[in-house]
Design a protein around this ligand. Structure first.
Ligand code: SF4
Length: 356
């Protein structure tokens, strides 16, 4: 990106009134870094704060938890008075960990990692949950929004490419509030909303302009399967597809910078499950028909028997190489062109060993 030094300084000042807080406003380690940081100053939540709109979103979210409808469970409990609903989450966020993460998709990880913040509890509660001590048992430490903001700033300071909010649906009020506090203290890296996909359309609309990168799962395409393998969320396919369509409307397909690092857009995950219970063929066709063929799709092969999956015969085993290969073939047949590089590498490896 061409930009004079004077323009760069001006844009840094406009973005937050400080040249020193954004990591590397010291500029040194990579060619073109000055231009990069100027782009960082354009992350959605900063612009919204400059326009005076972010505070309203925080207020709206805190109002919603007085008769909680943050997620489609719609419990109606007053979380500001200590009541807890289906997710078991209190008013304050419970955090299991915050750290640079190198296991996420390559465009999120880059060289320095994705700055993950793992929120405990969950409003979907899948029977095969791989994070069950955190999601089901609520393991973690209760924190204030100010403390969550400090975690964000720490992740930025150590060089993470983004702030990756993991399972934020039921703590949206905390996530918004913490983002605002951190933005006012100099947070300037993209915000990733990493969700299981069970998100009310109205809540995703509340995030319009705040979130830069949406990272949703679409786990099931059939309500009967969703009902059995989650905490009874028969409406999951309808809810998730509407939410993801809105995410796509807001931020579009994935855009990366010159280094291949994600800046803005939607990245969708789908865990391939045994016996076709997730509906992968319907999923890839839905993406092609309703979003666009160049939507970033990660078909994941790492399903394993966790938590209560053993109680369900159809999902009480790992997937076979053939199940993963047919999933990738369906994605290609649907015309999808932006498949996650590690999925493609896994497919190629399976083809060499088990393909025709
Ligand atoms: S976030 Fe929790 S309390 Fe609120 S509606 Fe969802 S499950 Fe119920």
């Amino acid at each position: 990106m061409d930009m004079s030094r004077r323009d760069f300084v001006k844009r840094c000042l406009l973005a937050g009134g400080t040249l020193l807080v954004a990591p590397g406003c010291g500029l040194a380690d990579e060619p073109g870094r000055a231009g990069q940081l100027a782009e960082d100053a354009e992350v959605g939540y900063v612009k919204l704060e400059q326009e005076g709109k972010l505070a309203e979103r925080v207020e709206q979210a805190y109002e919603i938890i007085r008769g909680c409808k943050l997620c489609p469970q719609g419990c109606g409990v007053n979380r500001t008075r200590g009541q807890r609903g289906f997710c078991r989450a209190p008013e304050r966020a419970v955090i299991a960990s915050h750290q640079p993460h190198f296991g996420e998709e390559v465009p999120l990880v880059g060289r320095r990692g994705s700055g993950t913040i793992f929120f405990s509890h969950c409003s979907l509660r899948c029977v095969f949950c791989q994070n069950w001590p955190i999601a089901h048992k609520g393991r973690g430490r209760e924190t204030t929004d100010e403390q969550v903001a400090d975690m964000m700033l720490e992740l930025q300071r150590i060089g993470c490419h983004n702030i990756n909010l993991v399972t934020p649906t039921h703590v949206l009020h905390n996530a918004l509030s913490a983002t605002r506090i951190a933005a006012r203290k100099g947070l300037r890296i993209p915000l990733v909303y990493n969700t299981g996909g069970y998100d009310r359309l109205e809540m995703i609309k509340l995030l319009d302009g705040v979130v830069d990168i949406y990272l949703p799962d679409i786990k099931f395409m059939d309500g009967e399967q969703a009902k059995v393998y989650t905490g009874g969320a028969e409406d999951y396919p309808d809810v998730a597809t509407k939410a993801v369509a809105e995410m796509h409307r807001q931020v579009g397909v994935l855009k990366t910078d010159g280094r291949g690092i994600a800046k803005r857009g939607v990245m969708i995950r789908h865990l391939v499950m045994p016996n076709r219970v997730s509906g992968v063929r319907q999923f890839v066709q839905w993406v092609a028909d309703n979003l666009s063929e160049d939507t970033y799709i990660n078909l994941m092969s790492q399903y394993r028997v966790e938590f209560n999956a053993d109680d369900h015969e159809k999902i009480a085993r790992a997937i076979s190489p053939q199940e993963f290969l047919e999933a990738m073939d369906w994605a290609e047949e649907a015309g999808l062109t932006n498949l996650d590089s590690r999925s493609v590498a896994q497919r190629d490896s399976f083809r060499r060993r088990w393909g025709d």
